[in-house]
Design a protein around this ligand. Structure first.
Ligand code: AMP
Ligand code: ZN
Length: 496
């Protein structure tokens, strides 16, 4: 599979600055802000729960990776050497988090009559397309769950005697064997959300599968031999094993969507505690992004109907408009999707891009930032993002920098370049033309639109307003809105 392109390491304008504000992040475990204190001096090791590749990611899922990317960018900006892992779940995630139902990938493969490996590859690549479109930086590792099955079996063998029990359907983790089970979710072994016990013989409702045995007489597409019979690993086991293998334990930060705070991450913590024979949770901090919702509630893949990034693109919205929409909200706030919000976010990005491209025309040289107004703005930017990634404030400071008048252009551009390393809009390369996407449904070409605009201009100059209106209406009928007097100088817009 082809990974998204690695992002260029060179920063044409950025001269080193030294962000000095102390970095504080919200730790879901203590529900409090905590100073970032790396396990390994100068390094930041981050694990983000990745997508389950049985379907396309929806834009809510992608919010989780814009958040993880922002965290990674901030850590890098603040001088830490980042080692970021995102996994690809291609086995083990059941249709119900509480061990009921089927493996999501087995189900999708059966429904589509395709090989499970083909399904996983196809949707992994679709996810990587979205990663690239959103300018999410390539992590150090994409870890694919099925590459780690022997390590998962070894991990399970180590914890089996003291922490697990066997049932007909597989090996289960006994949540009463670890201290403080469910502390992250604020529930114990007998509570939790919708924990109707679906598996016969479980000792506590919260106990979960470590190894799922293939039922007698059945054959799964993905199955491996193990001491507990032929079968497949549990979903929670994957992340414990891959984070340990690639980052070592303890590592610094584990991220995921807020739904993972309830079941998946408490279960990872329980496994990590069992494996290390200690109360440590495995990661020093657990961070969660809130949901993207729409009017009908949380966006979810299993509900069938959901918004893909490609749909936004097909309607003519540049994907970085969605990145802007995400960063306009704090990652811990719920964010409501609407086409109006997306349109407004894209307009905001257009304004930035237009101003920065004008600036780029006047200057290009990398330079040191010495102007006190610019160093003050950088310090405020640093303080905002160091305050639990306050991107809404950071964006307003970026705009302040863009709007500054009568200031050395090269220094101003260097300042913007620094801020853009964190916000990730590629402001130094993106042009106004890049942002204008033709909706898929549009049949009219740009040449035709430009010709119509020129004709209408002539009509207006000749004061033939009837002809001018006729042209405008003809364009509207083809989905093109002509934008007289637009403050951005946008002459037309294809209606989504
Ligand atoms: P999944 O592919 O379902 O395992 O989810 C991938 C990531 O998206 C996980 O970190 C989820 O917690 C996160 N996620 C799922 N739904 C949403 C949503 N509506 N808004 C934000 N994040 C979400
Ligand atoms: Zn995970």
């Amino acid at each position: 599979m082809t990974h998204p392109d690695a992002h260029p390491a060179t920063k044409p304008y950025a001269q080193p600055v030294t962000p000095t504000a102390p970095l504080t992040l919200f730790d879901s475990l203590t529900r409090a802000l905590k100073p970032f204190d790396p396990v390994h001096e100068g390094e930041a090791r981050v694990y983000s729960c990745g997508p389950t590749v049985y379907n396309f990611p929806h834009i809510g899922n992608m919010r989780a990776y814009v958040f993880a990317d922002t965290l990674g960018r901030v850590l890098t900006w603040k001088g830490y050497t980042l080692r970021h892992v995102i996994n690809i779940t291609d086995v083990g995630h059941l249709t119900d988090d509480a061990d009921a139902g089927e493996d999501k990938l087995e189900k999708a493969a059966a429904e589509k009559a395709q090989s499970i490996w083909d399904i996983a590859r196809f949707y992994t690549e679709a996810y990587w397309d979205d990663v690239k479109a959103l300018n999410i930086r390539q992590p150090a590792h994409w870890s694919i769950a099925t590459d780690y099955v022997p390590q998962m079996i070894a991990f399970a063998e180590k914890i089996a005697d003291n922490h697990c029990y066997q049932l007909e359907s597989g090996l289960y983790f006994d949540t009463s064997t670890v201290p403080d089970y469910g502390r992250l979710a604020r529930h114990g072994t007998d509570e939790g959300e919708s924990r109707i016990d679906p598996v016969d013989g479980k000792r506590h409702p919260a106990d979960f599968a470590i190894w799922r045995k293939t039922p007698e007489g059945e054959k799964r597409q993905m199955e491996w031999d193990s001491p507990w019979g032929k079968g497949a690993p549990g979903w929670h086991l994957e992340c414990s094993v891959m984070s340990e293998a690639l980052l070592g334990m303890p590592f610094d930060i584990h991220t995921g969507g807020i739904d993972h705070r309830e079941i998946h991450h408490p279960n990872e913590i329980a496994q990590n505690q069992a494996h290390s024979c200690a109360a440590d949770t495995g990661a020093r901090m657990w961070m969660h992004n809130n949901f993207l919702v729409d009017r009908t509630g949380k966006m979810s893949k299993s509900s069938g109907e959901f918004l893909r990034l490609q749909l936004l693109i097909d309607k003519g919205y540049h994907p970085l408009g969605y990145r802007m929409m995400c960063l306009q909200a704090h990652y811990r706030s719920e964010l409501e999707f609407s086409w109006d919000n997306l349109g407004a976010a894209l307009t905001r990005l257009k304004r930035m891009v237009m101003a920065v491209s004008q600036l780029r025309e006047t200057t290009g040289a990398a330079t040191e930032i010495t102007h006190p107004k610019l160093t003050e703005l950088l310090a405020r930017f640093d303080a905002a993002i160091s305050d639990d990634l306050n991107t809404p404030i950071a964006l307003t400071i970026l705009e302040e920098a863009i709007a500054l008048k009568k200031i050395d252009a090269a220094q101003k551009l260097a300042t913007i370049a620094h801020m853009d390393d964190v916000t990730g809009f590629a402001l130094l390369t993106l042009s106004r033309a890049d942002l204008r996407l033709r909706p898929k449904a549009a049949t009219i070409s740009e040449i035709e639109i430009d010709a119509a605009i020129a004709e209408r201009k002539q009509a207006r100059e000749a004061k033939d307003y009837a002809a001018s209106d006729r042209i405008r209406d003809a364009m509207a009928a083809q989905g093109v809105a002509l934008m007289d007097g637009d403050s951005l100088g946008w002459e037309w817009l294809l209606a989504p």
